[in-house]
Design a binder for this molecule. Structure first.
Ligand code: SAM
Length: 278
């Protein structure tokens, strides 16, 4: 019988955030696949766990993914960890999950630390609807296309970014969304110097040009204001009533329907529809 894959989230800064279930899963797995075995070894030493480690990262994921898959198909249980946070969110774990899903292997995700959700929840911006955009590409063309596709986005948008690229990313965000757009810069989450800067894109650029950014950042950007629908006019009502009557609806029903659809008073639509007789 095939084994299974566990996705084990690890702390994004505070070692106290490792859960009992994550610890047990790491202890009980046959082997652990890790993005950087040195980083994971430190965590395992802290937890007092000794376990065989396999490296699985961006540049060996195609080959190593198949090695891991074969071991799982042969009945072993693998615990996948990334350097920090939830595996498969902006890291190569995404491909291992796809591979396992293609081979009908059971994948179990243990909930736990994740930078995107931690940042969103303390951003102070709308959390009801959001989209996670990961890292912007460094290639000019796809970066521009990505940002263009977000110009009318009304949901809160979340980006990951490295500190040395922060200012140029803020400048690009300001170019596409406007300098007045609100942003919450969530830095060093769960760590000693955790900080949330709630400001605008324009002010953030000034701030980090004056003091170069340090540490890890999640950028939570306010969505665009929804476009206000223009109020319907009497001419719109006439056109709608005419079309409905051509489709066979009675004048009375067409007026009623148009008034409701266009959110206009019935008498206004009725008076406008009289033009049809002229
Ligand atoms: N899979 C991880 C997750 O979703 O939690 C994220 C992996 S991604 C390669 C690393 C990025 O996550 C960093 O560049 C940063 O944007 C964000 N990040 C991770 N830890 C963070 C922290 N403690 N504070 C702020 N951002 C963090």
């Amino acid at each position: 019988m095939a084994g299974m894959l566990y996705l084990v989230p690890t702390p994004i800064g505070n070692l106290g955030d490792i859960s009992i279930r994550c610890r047990q899963t790491l202890e009980q797995a046959d082997f652990i696949a890790a993005e950087d075995t040195r980083v994971t070894l430190k965590l395992l030493n802290h937890l007092g766990i000794k376990k065989s480690l396999v490296s699985y990262y961006e540049h060996n994921k195609d080959f190593k993914g198949n090695v891991i898959l074969e071991r799982i198909l042969a009945g072993e249980t693998c615990a996948l960890v990334s350097d920090a946070g939830s595996p498969a969110i902006s890291d190569p774990g995404e491909d291992l999950v796809k591979l396992c899903a293609e081979h009908d292997i059971t994948v179990c995700a243990i909930p736990g630390p994740c930078a995107v959700i931690t940042a969103l929840s303390i951003s102070g911006l709308a959390t009801g609807r959001f989209c996670f955009e990961g890292f912007l590409s460094t290639a000019k063309k796809s970066r521009k296309e990505h940002l263009e596709s977000l110009v009318g986005e009304t949901r809160t948008m979340i980006f990951y970014e490295a500190p040395h690229k922060l200012v140029s990313t803020l400048e690009d965000l300001a170019e596409f969304f406007g300098a007045d757009r609100r942003i919450s810069l969530c830095r060093e989450l769960t760590k000693l110097h955790e900080e949330v800067v709630r400001t605008t894109l324009g002010e953030a650029i000034e701030r980090y040009n004056a003091n170069s950014p340090k540490g890890e950042f999640v950028l939570v950007v306010e969505g665009a204001l929804p476009k206000v629908k223009e109020a319907a006019t009497a001419d719109d009502a006439v056109a709608m009533v005419r079309n409905l009557m051509l489709e066979g609806m009675s004048r009375k029903d067409a007026v009623k329907h148009a008034a409701k659809t266009l959110n206009l008073p019935k008498n206004v639509v009725y008076d406008a529809a009289l033009k049809l007789d002229e």
